[in-house]
Design a protein around this ligand. Sequence first.
Ligand code: SF4
Ligand code: SF4
Length: 433
Amino acid sequence: MSVYDSLDSITEELRKCMKCGNCQAVCPIYKESRQEVGAARGKISLIEFILSGEIDMTKGLSERLSLCTTCNACSNNCPCGVRFDKIILAGRAEAVRKQGMHPVKKIAFTALKMQRMFDFGLKAGSIFQSVALKHIPNRHSKLARMRVDIGIGKDKVFPMLPKKTLRSEFPEVIKVKNPIMRVAFFTGCMINYFYTDIGRAVIEVLTENDIEVVIPKFQACCGIPASVNGDANSARTLAKRNLRAFERMGADALVVACSSGGTAWKHVFGELLENDPELKPLADKWAAKSYDISEFLIHQVPFKKEGLGRVSRKVTYHEPCHLNRGQGISSEPREILKSIPGVELIEMKDPGRCCGMAGSFSLVHPDISVQISDRKTDDIAQTHTDTVATGCPACRMQLQSGVENAQIDEEVLHTIQILAESYRAGKKEQKSL
Ligand code: SF4
Ligand code: SF4
């Protein structure tokens, strides 16, 4: 029985909890709110009461269940091995069954399923953003600050929307001379619509390593925003669309540069489609050949070191929750950074602590999201670096917002962008010889 279909599916998981409270110590929500319901133990108790029929799933309860960044620090720190990630998914799915979806989320998830409408909305947004909102461009990264409070936190900094989406910039197949492999690139929404510079860096690095890149035009959102908010039906629709789009194009492997997208391909699609006899085998097949870009470049096709040029940067690395705890990828981005000539890697305190973005969490709970972000910004400032690297575009947005608001002179980049920069520097060095 899937966690998305019934609260009964997590009965065993709930039984494992001995209410020790170890999860409080690592929970970013508890740290800010100091409320029992912030941590996993509090939410577990609430769900137990619902299951036993002592209380009903009310609107207030469903709001309490929304107070979680799904960072998974609690599961990692639990002496009983409680999988709180499963518990929160089942609890939120039950909340949607009993209370319906929040109207704003309902509109957002419907839009995610209608790609043309989404493309059009983002195009209109890019025009609106540049004519109607006040921008304060960042000195380095061309990000802009929107000071109009549109209900998602006045201090939130957004990147300028690019005029063209990544997928409309490139053909579906990017050929190279004598390819050693054909790799499909799942761009995800953040890279396709907001951070096209990360997508270009992925393509640049793969082609530099003699890899043919396939970018299926009809790929969709990874569905994680829907699945973590209890909308399993929308998430299933998106999973099916993605599997069919990638199967149609075919590839030896699939890469992602977004921690949610990687989690979706490796774990979530299979869980969502476990009762689908046609698509479950396809989900398992693609899960087995899906890689985060750093994992792929370290373990699958070790990237060329001979073309790397000097990049003078003092870098600190923030670990995205869904990359580190979700996929066990932590040493690989550091290995890439350490191999770039000129890069000095300086660790921040607790690099795996959540940044507070968590997709729609930061929109629904902007104040607590900013409080969590402020702690991260303080840790970054302590490193006295000039660059923060991370492995997820959503974290990049949150970190950028934090450093901009704190007026820290720090550029926030995806690890793959620094590697691409090094290949470019290598070519310049070659020319100047
Ligand atoms: S750490 Fe684990 S066992 Fe202890 S209260 Fe939290 S979830 Fe329960
Ligand atoms: S997943 Fe993270 S935010 Fe949610 S209860 Fe666990 S530690 Fe707290």
